[in-house]
Design a protein around this ligand. Structure first.
Ligand code: SF4
Length: 692
């Protein structure tokens, strides 16, 4: 038996583990003493490794390249040379006929790692000549990235996961850590045991709400009203830190002109929480010595996602709960390397290291390093991932290069997404499994899996950690960065990397934020947390020390917005709110967890629709009964799970099931600023299926 130290491939907590290998197969995962997990792993960490072995429980590993020579033909097995020649020729033809802007690409925020993403975005920019590169953060925390960059300078967590244990007050809103980041939840429990005050705002009585000092049972879609009311109370009751506001911020007076209309009484109906409870929560947060606000998709996957992030930042700014030890803002990222995808410039307006594409000095630096004329590097912002349906419909996007994601499973309005993918001239899917999206591809490129390659992941709190190969690649699978490199060479822009370390060193050289993060520092249990600008720098567990914000003027900025109701409100025909959520045993599109024996055994298709027993009773629905769930977009079969911790008038579903896929029902409406879909709010109806 051998043991290989690595990083969990699932959530952004970044837990370290040892993979135990026997006869070339991964047989066990053991917790390691990582900076985040300190010897603990959750369910997925412990039992989510055998997908690497090609268990074929849900879907087989991809082991050889395939192409579809023409629409309607079958996928056929070909050599790597033929697959890459075919891809290069088709991409060149599209560029010749429609320009590089007709190609859209998405990076992978999952197992491939930072080096693969860096090489992909270099291929996109230096070879193809477009900024049409994005990643799945668009559908999760893009609103956090944009809102925080505008408010405080950086789109990432300003504190670290371990520091949650040291803070005096944790306020969670729209975030269910027990399901999405169990090891973060464990840190929150420890903070609570140490005496921290816990405030939870969520429509459902989630696990952390059960141990909270104050639980605000807000209505679905009421974030802005609640956040503004909390801020109003803090200012109106003179609990604000006026020195901090004066010394480190800009825009308070203008912000207050909006927020002063949000007395808790004024929004009680919208929020559904008693005014005195809102006041109490505001006092607890404002009067704590140190405090952290944590949030997730409940904030960002809303019509007013960026506005809500601005409102959260404003709470930290008026209280001075940022820029000091164990205080700050925690948008906890979902996928294991979604922070890394953003770090690597899988973003239509940013190069790696959060350097702007429209900054001429930055463009010059990248052009020199990549040996291309500056004109090749476009200063024009590229397309967002959620532009894909519109872009294909109007003919401006003709090809989509899908790297390690499954939009047909994970994006809203499946019928629209299916039409979009089918209407493309060219769909390339580079993945480890035959996913829903890959079944429609014209080119299938099989990549090595987590466990078969190494590199660097970035955890949600900006922590770089190395992960490593434990077993040899399956079949003809190749490393992702080698595939991009080969394709780039075929398209006239040669690359010649020989290792991930060589790629990583180029990233360090080009990105001042990351320069001190050497492979050596990240060996074994080592880690490096950006900003880490030089070799001797210890890394940065916290940002903005002393109020040094990283906005262009060095000040934090207030932005206020009025509450707007969600786009599709319940009505007589569709009287229930449909909200998509996560569950602890499965991850993303389920291609990985669905192929793990222990995790696949947890539940079977169709998945569940979670609803309040009173809503079920009103419809004659019993526990475990098969039901129809339908919306204006579609109709699916599901199974009822009755739970009085679910608020009346709303139902909750996870999106990983193939049968009973809730994205058949969700609507493709996005936040106008971030492009993040409003996955947390749509209208639906549930009814029992007769004759069971
Ligand atoms: Fe993996 Fe996240 Fe669980 Fe840690 S908390 S073991 S990173 S899934």
């Amino acid at each position: 038996m051998e043991k290989h130290i690595t990083v969990c491939p699932y959530c952004g907590a970044g837990c370290k583990m040892n993979l135990v290998v026997e006869n070339g197969y991964v047989v066990e995962a053991e917790p390691a003493d990582g900076v985040t997990n300190r010897g603990e792993l959750c369910l997925k960490g412990l039992y989510g490794h055998d997908f690497v072995n090609d268990t074929k429980i849900l879907t087989p590993r991809l082991t050889h390249p395939m192409i579809r020579r023409e629409k309607g033909a079958e996928l056929e097995r070909v050599s790597w040379d033929e697959a890459l020649d075919f891809t290069a020729e088709r991409l060149k033809r599209i560029i010749d006929e429609h320009g590089a802007e007709a190609i859209m690409l998405t990076g992978s925020s999952r197992g491939p790692g930072n080096e693969a993403n860096f090489v992909m975005q270099k291929f996109v920019r230096a070879c193809l000549g477009t900024n049409n590169i994005d990643n799945c953060a668009r559908t999760c925390h893009a609103a956090s990235v944009i809102g925080l960059m505008e408010s405080v300078g950086s789109g990432a967590m300003s504190v670290s996961i371990p520091l949650l244990e040291e803070t005096d007050c944790i306020f969670l809103i729209g975030y269910n850590p027990a399901a999405s980041h169990p090891i973060v939840a464990s840190r929150i429990v420890k903070a609570k045991e140490r005496g921290a005050t816990l405030i939870v705002a969520d429509p459902r009585v989630i696990e952390t709400a059960r141990i909270a000092d104050m639980y605000l049972a807000q209505k679905n879609g009421s974030n802005i009203a609640l956040l503004n009311a909390l801020a109003y109370t803090i200012v109106a009751e003179d609990l604000a830190d006026w020195d901090f506001i004066e010394g480190h911020t800009v825009g308070f007076d203008e912000w207050w002109k909006t927020v002063e209309r949000y007395a808790p009484e004024a929004v009680a109906d919208v929020v559904g929480v008693a005014p005195e409870q809102i006041r109490q929560a505001a006092r607890l947060y404002a009067m704590a010595e140190t405090a952290v606000i944590g949030w997730g998709m409940g904030i960002t996957q809303q019509r007013q996602g960026v506005d809500s992030v601005h409102a959260i930042a404003a709470l930290a700014l008026i209280t001075g709960h940022i820029g000091k030890h164990a205080s700050g803002l925690a948008p906890v990222r979902g996928q294991n390397n979604v922070q890394g995808s953003c770090d690597m410039g899988m973003w239509p307006s940013l190069y790696p290291g959060y350097q702007r594409i429209d900054d001429d000095a930055v463009r010059e630096k990248f052009a020199r390093a990549w040996n291309v004329p500056i004109e090749k590097l476009s200063p024009v912002e590229g397309r967002k991932l959620t532009d894909l349906p519109h872009g294909v419909a109007d003919g401006s996007i003709r090809a989509f290069y899908n790297f390690g994601e499954d939009p047909l499973q994970t994006e809203p309005d499946t019928a629209q997404m299916r039409r979009t993918l089918e209407d493309l001239d060219l769909l390339i899917s580079q993945d480890i499994f035959m996913t829903q999206t890959t079944t429609l591809a014209d080119v299938v490129l099989p990549a090595t899996s987590w466990g078969e390659h190494g590199g660097v992941f970035t955890a949600s709190d900006r922590t770089f950690q190395r992960f490593s190969a434990a077993v040899p690649p399956k079949g003809e699978c190749r490393h992702d960065w080698e595939i991009f490199q080969d394709l780039s060479c075929r398209m006239g822009y040669p690359m010649s990397y020989t290792s991930t370390e060589e790629i990583w060193n180029e990233i360090r050289e080009l990105c001042p934020l990351f320069f001190g993060a050497t492979y050596e520092k990240m060996e074994g249990l080592g880690h490096a947390q950006w900003p880490i600008p030089d070799i001797d720098h210890p890394g940065s567990p916290e940002l903005y020390g002393g109020g040094a914000f990283t906005t262009p003027d060095g000040k934090a900025h207030f932005f206020a917005t009025d509450y707007e109701s969600p786009t599709e409100l319940p009505d007589r025909e569709y009287p229930l709110v449909l909200c998509t959520v996560r569950e602890v045993g499965h991850y993303s599109c389920r291609s990985m967890t669905g192929n793990c024996k222990a995790l696949a055994a947890l539940a079977d298709e169709p998945g569940y629709v979670h609803m309040n027993p009173l809503d079920a009773e009103a419809r004659g629905i019993d526990e475990e009964q098969l039901v129809w769930v339908y919306s204006r977009r579609g109709k699916i079969i599901s199974r009822a799970a009755l739970d009085d911790r679910i608020n009346e008038g709303a139902v909750y579903m996870t999106y990983q099931w193939w049968v009973g896929k809730c994205n058949e029902l969700t609507l493709h409406v996005t936040d106008s600023q971030s492009g993040t879909p409003e996955d947390k709010y749509g209208a639906c109806q549930v009814e029992p299926i007769a004759d069971q």
